[in-house]
Write a protein that binds this ligand. Structure first.
Ligand SMILES: NC(=O)C1=CN([C@@H]2O[C@H](COP(=O)(O)OP(=O)(O)OC[C@H]3O[C@@H](n4cnc5c(N)ncnc54)[C@H](O)[C@@H]3O)[C@@H](O)[C@H]2O)C=CC1
Ligand SMILES: O=C(O)CCC(=O)C(=O)O
Length: 525
């Protein structure tokens, strides 16, 4: 039975959905990394928030794992390259908590503008310091957004509603989108110079790390207030402390820290500094949203092969998956066929779809060809890691789509570049569901690729088939199906012979010695 582990605190709706869909689920938040590592091998799916760290070490122990689902947006707690290399799909829920996080940024902006935490603490301490807490209005002020994606855009609309001006720095924000949102698209230096408030909404990447560095903090308008509800590491925390102490920065509110859980920080106790413990996504609405989304997405993947919001694999809806299934089986068999016959001598792969196949999502078909092909070289290949492994081997992979119908109503062809030139295999679906080879290296051969087969290239001479049958019969090998094709009469011929049981190595050597034989390769599908 398919099994999922929920290893972080998650709304109970997630577990309920897994169970409704027939998936066994264990909820074990708060495990230590070692405890998690000890049990992860039992699970097909791992559902997490931000506390679980899906490290390379954990993924290595996760021998059955097929999918990691992040109930949230940031996947920086998952080693994506390691997951991809091991063929594990990583999914997130990119929209479920965006509004909630945007609202937290706005809440922190007001908390800074009116010093709400300090005023609350003072009042509850019985001090009534009415003159100590002079605030600022946000109306008419400029909010500088660093990152204007899903959350940044929501913050922008809320800020505009508060009659603020909004300037956004985001290299991927198009001028049209900026106009649509009503924000000024600016460079970082201009934002730093103009903003009264700065809020960060980017992922943590090599480009965004320390975007508010000591140098950039020095370029801000004196008295700026800064909010970070995105990721720790975007701001130089030591420089921020100095900037708060010097008055360059009047206030800073961090929901996220370089190191979490942040139970100690030099920033704690600095005047003008307020913090929350990574609460950006913590509303009941957002947690229900992400729990439902992650459980549905993971179930669709584990049960139907549907792929939604995957970071390391192209999307495939649960409706598309059944239609694509026979094509993926055909594509994988074609990949296996060329991989087994050509061995290491594969330099490029072009996957062509024609007719009905051209109406479908081609990425999974290409992925399946590569999975079949790369499976010849590695034991642990699947649709997720095959494109990655192909890239690692330096394979040039292309996709071609022909909308027209040729001789077949639907066709998947794989053209492979080798050191000796290009070869091509192609297959179709009989009755829209049964994969059949129809072309093998320029020769028309119709064959069902399954079980154990022998590929034989020979010179077309009278009596060859008899000699081949006798050799197999003498070795006690029963022929299941015999599929033949030839380039021209008495020219090169190709046989694909399906046999019961295995083909011993000695048998391959015996067949190779038969008169007229040019090549023999045992195949397994
Ligand atoms: N505090 C919390 O609990 C939560 C934090 N987050 C974090 O918020 C961040 C933003 O999330 P979304 O808006 O959903 O992501 P998104 O992907 O929709 O937007 C990110 C934006 O950053 C921009 N960007 C990328 N590199 C940039 C660069 N070098 N300079 C400026 N902009 C750059 C992108 O173009 C994109 O528009 C993520 O890091 C996410 O993990 C999200 C949810 C909850
Ligand atoms: O799950 C959480 O509480 C954190 C959410 C978050 O940081 C994210 O979605 O990126």
């Amino acid at each position: 039975m398919t099994k999922v582990l929920i290893s972080d605190k998650m709304d109970p709706k997630a577990a309920a959905i897994f169970r409704e869909r027939g998936i066994e689920v264990d909820e074990k938040p708060g495990l230590t990394p070692d405890e998690l590592k000890a049990i992860i091998g039992d699970y097909d799916g791992l559902a997490i928030r931000s506390a679980t760290k899906a490290t390379k070490g954990l993924l290595e122990a996760a021998t059955n794992l097929k999918v990691v689902g992040r109930a949230g947006i940031g996947v920086d707690n998952v080693d994506i390259p390691a997951a991809t290399a091991r063929g594990v799909v990583v999914m997130n829920t990119p929209f479920g908590n965006s509004i909630t996080t945007a609202e937290h940024a706005i809440a922190l902006m007001f908390a800074l503008a009116r010093q709400l935490p300090e005023a609350d603490a003072s009042t509850q301490a019985g001090k009534w310091e009415k003159n100590r807490f002079m605030g600022v209005e946000v109306t008419g002020k400029t909010l500088g957004l660093i990152g204007c994606g899903n959350i940044g855009s929501i913050v922008a609309t809320r800020a505009l509603g508060l009659k603020m001006k909004v300037a956004a720095f985001d290299p991927f924000l198009t001028p049209e989108r900026a106009v649509e949102l009503g924000v000024d698209k600016v460079e970082l230096d201009e934002l730093l110079r103009r903003a009264d408030f700065i809020t960060l909404h980017t992922p943590l990447t090599d480009q965004t790390r320390n975007v508010l560095s000591r140098e950039n903090l020095g370029k801000t308008k004196k008295g700026v207030r800064i909010i970070n509800c995105a990721r720790g590491g975007l701001i130089d925390e030591a420089a921020l402390k100095d900037a708060l102490e010097s008055g360059q920065v009047a206030g800073a509110a961090l929901d996220v820290f370089e190191s979490e859980p942040a139970t100690a920080s030099p920033l704690f106790g600095t005047p003008g500094f307020i913090s929350t413990p990574h609460l950006g996504a913590s509303t009941s609405e957002a947690q229900v949203n992400v729990a439902i989304q992650v459980a549905e997405q993971m179930s669709d993947f584990l049960l139907l092969g549907g792929v939604t919001n995957a970071i390391n694999m192209p999307s495939l809806t649960a409706e598309e998956a059944p239609r694509l299934k026979p094509y993926m089986s055909l594509a994988e068999k074609l990949g296996k066929l060329v991989g087994q016959i050509l061995g290491e001598d594969v330099r490029s792969v072009s996957v062509e779809v024609e007719g009905a196949a051209a109406q479908l999502n081609q990425k999974p078909i290409t992925g399946a060809v590569l999975a079949g092909l790369m499976g010849t070289y590695s034991q642990t290949v699947n649709m997720v890691n095959a494109p990655y492994l192909a890239k690692e081997r330096g394979l040039d992979v292309r996709e071609v789509r022909h909308d027209r119908e040729g001789d077949y109503h639907t066709l998947v062809a794989v053209e492979v570049g080798t050191s000796k030139g290009t070869v091509r295999v192609a297959g179709t679906l009989f009755g829209n569901k049964a994969p059949r080879l129809v072309e093998l290296f320029g020769v028309e051969v119709e064959a069902e690729l399954q079980g154990t087969m022998i590929y034989i290239v020979n010179t077309d001479t009278p009596g060859f088939i008899g000699r081949l049958g006798t050799a197999l019969g003498e070795a006690g090998i029963n022929i299941a199906t015999f599929n033949l094709g030839r380039r021209e009469a008495l020219g090169e011929a190709v046989a694909l012979v399906a046999v019961d049981g295995d083909v011993p190595v000695e048998m391959v050597a015996t067949l190779a010695k038969l008169e007229g034989v040019r090549d023999v390769v045992p195949l397994r599908f």
